[in-house]
Design a protein around this ligand. Structure first.
Ligand code: DQA
Length: 144
């Protein structure tokens, strides 16, 4: 089973970026944790981070034919990007939307996700653990 992990804009700054909201775990730590977890679950992982919307669309399109599931933290593009939503719809790969913070308990503009209606499901609010839960969810939906 192959899973693509996508990290959206500003997630390269994890560790120093608003640690009171996002925690002190770095993106490198999260990717290392996911690599270990994937090994345990028998999943092959690829990981992409970009600050650019177009590069994220390219990554979703390139996953077609390889990925059985996508775990994506679209970050700020969650709330704005028709392009990412259309890419998820277009490739038809089951996608788990994840967030470190509970977006529904934050500012109003974060409550709306353009991705959620085309995602298999959403996990939010568990810090770095959201990614591990996302990987478990990916395994479960890809096995359906
Ligand atoms: C985020 C929540 C988004 O609203 C925000 O723009 C992010 C991170 C999260 O993981 O909690 O950059 O996706």
């Amino acid at each position: 089973m192959n899973v693509l992990i996508i990290h959206g804009p500003n997630l390269n700054l994890l560790g120093t970026r608003e640690p009171e909201v996002y925690g002190s775990t770095t993106l490198e730590d999260i990717n290392a944790m996911l690599t270990d977890e994937a090994k345990r679950l028998g999943i092959e992982l690829r990981t992409v981070q970009s600050n650019s919307e177009g590069a994220l669309v390219d990554a979703i399109q390139a996953a077609k034919g390889w990925a059985d599931a996508i775990v994506m933290n679209p970050a700020a593009y969650t709330h704005t990007s028709v392009a990412l939503r259309d890419a998820v719809s277009a490739v038809g790969i089951p996608t788990i939307e994840i967030h470190l913070s509970n977006i529904h308990a934050r500012e109003k503009f974060r409550h709306r996700s353009l991705i959620a209606p085309v995602a298999a499901g959403q996990i939010a609010g568990f810090g770095a653990e959201s990614y591990r839960l996302g990987l478990l969810a990916a395994k479960s939906v890809a096995a359906r």
